[in-house]
Design a protein around this ligand. Structure first.
Ligand code: ATP
Ligand code: MG
Length: 454
């Protein structure tokens, strides 16, 4: 009893029993797993075949196997092998070893990129960790069963060999796929402590696959969520981007809120979602993004983050105007504030930050619908994104729908139609004021110094 308690505290289960039990996988033939070989990428087959012909083990692994088992065409294929990165690299013409924390090989065929990973070893006990127990480095290679135990969820720990069409299942993944259950491998608390990003992953998979989270896998999340704050921002950002571009962003965000995970991710996101206009805007933006992903259209991270943070910008914009700032500089100051906070918290890359600023800065320019100004805006390289953003603002009720309609006509119109639109005086309510809320009195006053000038 006491031993069991101590094991639980330390986050170890009956480790030796577990090792022995999972050394031998369940092997499933084509009739049992039912994978359609047509859905397997020809390049993945090329890689596993080449490795096998050279005496190595090689399998399709992870999300691709999970998706194949549910009849979904995987979006990318990862390969696991017992060949070292150097050995893999030698077998392919365009192969590059990448990564510091754990080396993997990128093998390219034309535009197609596949990740080849060497089986990881079991030992995380001796690996360097931060003060919260997060594993910092682990560069040990190992056996296949050890690799399986290191993966996050049972449904992500299966290996498919295209040459024999067999699936190796070490942790009951096939049962969980059938039951549509996400179950973490090992002791949940320990696995989240090693890598808190797994809490975000479980949410993403639950929303994307429409699987339920097993009770024991789910229970510690509410308590352990703050550990995400210790993860390097760039990693959280990558995972957030995956989540937002999964085609199920809206469902993911709702799930994040349900699990209490949205706090550390985007400061104030909670507040934003609780403002009626902010929530409507974010909901519309994400529904729009999901639609694009499902149609196979590209989504721009800049547009996404510009949408998520817009109502923070609006709030600050209003505040700067109320403090006597002119509308355009006020908007730039608001954008600076929001980007500065979020760049630290989320490691928003410079390029994405620039795109966000462009989209925001374009918004007041849509108000000016006289003279040559609208024509100038037509030449803006980011017009499409700015215009799509404008339509979201209309749809969310932030600004008059009329302004969006006017721009739709203007963009699609020919020369004469455009002239006519310019000459038809826009309704005064929408001509000047984009924000419906109370406007600040326009008075000249000393501009607040920017942070870096102060
Ligand atoms: P997707 O379809 O979204 O790409 P995926 O399962 O392939 O889902 P990846 O992030 O591509 O997710 O990871 C590939 C595999 O690597 C996973 O299936 C899992 O086995 C393993 N993996 C990835 N991240 C972790 C992690 N943080 N901890 C443990 N295993 C992980
Ligand atoms: Mg993947």
């Amino acid at each position: 009893m006491i031993k069991k308690f101590i094991r639980k505290i330390l986050g170890v289960s009956n480790k030796s029993d577990l090792d022995i039990a999972n050394r031998k996988p369940t092997v499933l033939g084509p009739k049992e797993h039912g994978i359609d070989p047509q859905l397997v990428s020809a390049n993945a087959i090329r890689i596993t075949q080449t490795l096998q012909e050279n005496g190595f083990k090689a399998f399709v692994v992870g999300g691709a196997v999970r998706d194949l088992l549910t009849g979904v065409k995987p979006k990318d294929f990862d390969i696991a092998t017992n060949a070292t990165p150097e050995q893999v690299k030698r077998l392919f013409r365009r192969a590059f070893i990448i990564g510091k924390r754990f080396q993997i090989v990128h093998v390219m065929f034309g535009q197609d990129l596949l990740e080849v990973t060497t089986f990881r070893g079991a030992a995380t006990d001796g690996a360097p960790k931060d003060e919260h127990g997060r594993v910092l480095r682990d560069n040990t290679f190992g056996e296949q069963h050890e690799d399986a135990a290191r993966r996050d969820f049972t449904v992500n720990a299966m290996y498919y060999d295209p040459s024999t069409q067999t699936v190796l299942d070490y942790h009951g993944g096939i049962k969980d796929v059938r039951k549509k259950t996400l179950r973490i491998i090992g002791v949940p608390e320990a696995r989240y402590r090693e890598d808190p990003v797994r809490m975000l992953r479980v949410v993403r998979f639950a929303a994307k696959l429409q699987f339920t989270i097993d009770a024991a896998t789910r229970a510690p999340i509410a308590v352990m969520a703050p550990l995400i704050n210790n993860v390097p921002a760039a990693r959280v950002f990558d995972e957030m981007l995956k989540l937002l571009t999964s085609g199920h962003a809206l469902a993911c965000l709702q799930q994040l809120r349900k699990e209490g995970l949205h706090h550390g991710l985007m400061p104030l996101l909670d507040v934003v979602l609780e403002q009626p206009l902010g929530e409507k805007f974010v909901t519309l933006a994400l529904a729009n993004t999901d639609e694009r992903v499902l149609q196979g259209k590209p989504v721009s991270p800049g547009f996404l983050f510009a949408s998520l943070l817009w109502h923070q910008v609006v709030e600050k914009w209003e505040a700067y105007k109320a403090a006597g700032e002119f509308p355009i500089p006020a908007l730039h100051l608001a954008a600076d504030d929001v980007l500065n906070t979020q760049t630290d918290a989320l490691a928003i890359q410079r390029k994405i930050g620039t795109d966000m600023r462009d989209i925001w800065a374009m918004q007041p320019r849509f108000d000016k619908r006289i003279g040559k100004t609208p024509y100038k805006l037509l030449e803006h390289p980011r017009l499409r994104a700015g215009y799509d953003f404008l339509l979201l603002r209309c749809a969310s009720g932030e600004i008059d729908a009329e302004i969006g309609e006017w721009w739709t006509d203007f963009i699609n119109g020919d020369g004469a139609e455009r002239e006519q639109l310019i000459n038809s005086k826009p309704k005064p309510s929408a001509a000047d004021a984009s924000i419906k809320k109370r406007r600040a009195p326009r008075r000249r006053g000393p501009r607040k110094p920017k942070a870096e000038e102060a």
